[in-house]
Ligand binder design. Structure first.
Ligand code: 4NP
Length: 168
């Protein structure tokens, strides 16, 4: 599937708990898509490689930083599943651990989804850069996560609109 087809292009954002980084990335991506008038063309969701927080709303600290920027977040948290590899076109991991876990799951799952790090789309990032886990830190970590996610999602959307990702 590509952004040119009639089906929406489906993007899944993945972190560990699905309460801090990936719901933030999902919310920011949805917001950018809506701002650009492209709701018909994209769908976004998020999930965690772990299930500890399944069913919970996004962390209040992620909701607070999102709210400061006019972005609303959606829950509830869920664990990533095999079907995600066939239901999504692009799966974006927040860090290397998430990507390794997704690679392992994806090796056993049929499906066409392309797996990348979100910060592959951050023009200011070195190769392999991560969105650091802010869960155990202070509010600064959430501000930083927002900035990294925002910049990456802006460039991701530009790249998709410019004709899709290489490797598709
Ligand atoms: P997230 O952050 O992966 O960005 O949702 C975390 C949330 C919870 C935990 C770790 C990271 N935890 O250990 O419970």
């Amino acid at each position: 599937m590509s952004p040119d087809s009639n089906d929406p292009y489906r993007v899944l954002f993945v972190c560990l708990g699905n309460i801090c980084r990936s719901p933030l990335a999902e919310g920011v991506f949805r917001h950018l898509v809506q701002e650009a008038g492209l709701d018909h063309a994209y769908e976004a969701d998020s999930a965690g490689t772990g299930a500890w927080h399944a069913g919970e709303d996004p962390d209040p600290r992620s909701q607070a930083v999102a709210g400061k920027h006019g972005v609303s977040l959606q829950g509830p948290a869920r664990k990533v599943e095999m079907d995600d590899f066939s239901n999504f076109d692009l799966i974006l991991a927040m860090d290397q651990d998430n990507r390794r876990n997704l690679e392992e799951l994806g090796s056993r799952a049929p499906g066409h989804a392309q797996l990348r790090l979100l910060r592959d789309f951050d023009p200011e990032a070195q190769s392999g850069a991560e969105v650091p886990d802010p869960y155990y830190g202070g509010p600064d970590g959430f501000d930083q996560a927002y900035e990294l996610v925002r910049r990456s999602c802006e460039h991701l959307l530009h790249e998709l609109e410019d004709g899709g990702l290489s490797g598709e």
